[in-house]
Design a protein around this ligand. Structure first.
Ligand SMILES: [Zn+2]
Length: 163
């Protein structure tokens, strides 16, 4: 093989490689965008289905549990609202979910019903509410808005600073 032929072959390889890696990064950008949109849609559909499920929640103090979930309790109706993360209620709920009064550990991990990630193996208790450790993930990553009494308790625990 002559030097010229060898160089030509190398050039081609580089071209193919660059082409593939560029395509890959465009693909992954697109995928990320699509994932974000899909995640909101999937979460909304899941929540709607669960909210209209005929089985009543075990107790209004159980928040964020799923049908056949790790504790055998049902999801308490939640809404998905992509806009509420700009509100002071959102900040209060995030803080509230991060600091449980007590926790119970379970052996099995729970996976996120929307994106499938590993999402906690504990049950959190705070101020009379019982919610999964992974509830915060649904709130922060999938725009899940808790029931109003939960939001109220969080706002009471973390009132908006005045002035
Ligand atoms: Zn998720």
């Amino acid at each position: 093989m002559s030097d010229q032929q060898e160089n030509k072959g190398l050039d081609q390889k580089v071209k193919i490689y660059l082409g593939a890696s560029q395509r890959a990064s465009i693909d992954s950008l697109l995928r990320e965008e699509l994932d974000k949109e899909l995640s909101v849609i999937v979460a909304q559909q899941l929540m709607r289905r669960l909210a209209s499920s005929p089985s009543p929640p075990r107790s209004p103090n159980h928040v964020g549990f799923w049908l056949s979930g790790e504790c055998g309790t049902e999801e308490v109706a939640s809404e998905v609202d992509p806009d509420w993360e700009k509100t002071p209620e959102y900040t209060a709920v995030v803080k509230f979910c991060m600091k449980p009064d007590s926790t119970i550990s379970y052996r099995g991990w729970s996976n996120c019903r929307v994106c499938g990630c590993r999402n906690g193996n504990q049950e959190y208790h705070r101020e009379g509410f019982i919610f999964p450790q992974g509830y915060l993930h649904y709130v922060m990553e999938h725009n899940v808005k808790p029931p109003q009494p939960f939001i109220d308790a969080a706002c009471q625990a973390y009132p908006e600073k005045e002035g």
